[in-house]
Design a protein around this ligand. Sequence first.
Ligand code: PMV
Length: 325
Amino acid sequence: MKATAKAHTNIALIKYWGKRDESLILPMNNSLSLTLDGFYTSTTVEFRNDLLEDVFYLDDKTVTGNEYYRVTSFLDLIRKQAGNDGLFAEIRSANQVPTAAGFASSASGFAALATAAVKALGLPYSNQELSVLTRQGSGSACRSIYGGFVEWQQGTKADGTDSYAVQVANANDWDIRVAAVVLSSDAKKVLSREGMKRTVETSPFYSGWLESVPSDLQAIKAGIKEKDFEQVGSISEANCLRMHATTLGANPPFMYWQSTTFLIMEAVRALRADGISAYFTIDAGPNVKVLYMPKDEEAVQHKLRSVPGVRNVIVSRPGSGISCM
Ligand code: PMV
């Protein structure tokens, strides 16, 4: 009744932004991500008959409050599916991710938790079933089941059984790099859950966002297939800007970027003006990820590290999907 699993985070190139069902976590649009080898969560789940409630340790510290509640209510789902309502677990997670600063720790966290819990209970889940389950912990986490380029298909069913991720290209298919530029490890002010809800409900730009996603998806998938870096990079950057534009139209309006975020966007544009192919993308926080080709490693690193306010630059390659130990 004990298992350990590891899952990597992913960075969305075509963003998931907005839910059509809040409780099942069903998205308004398909999204596409790249799993990153540099950031991951390892989680051990042990179900024990002597426990009267779940206990959750993150990096050896006991977790309480909202974060604890999210984890136990997610385990409730799994307990229900296993027909094991009264069985509680000790959960130990170690995060190789700067938590809640726009680095999707919830993606690797819920993917590792679901995988370990299902294995510990001996449930014979396929990766597809695991993706459906993981989605209900955190939407973007359903993509972390797989390595490489991954599409989350929004599905059409009301029960969410056809809303899961599929792999588009393997991690070994294309050697590209993603630099995570760390500006701030402070917790973000508007969580993605709340940010999405507010833009769906109030932003007049939201319908424009939704209209733009299908053609972005089609073009980026063609770019991945052809290994056309300019195509993949430029579509990712434009899609990111359009997602963030919806937040400016929300009521009350909000913005995830800080002044250093703008400086990095300018640095990436300056790299391009110098003939270096680099593109940025940003999730629901101030930190920027920069996509580039391995041959440009030195120039990109040098440029990003010279931007005032940059605390660190962490380089990832395409990462693999979940693994069990
Ligand atoms: O899965 P959540 O609730 O952490 O939302 C993720 C939202 C974005 O990171 C902004 C986009 C995405 O597709 O990952």
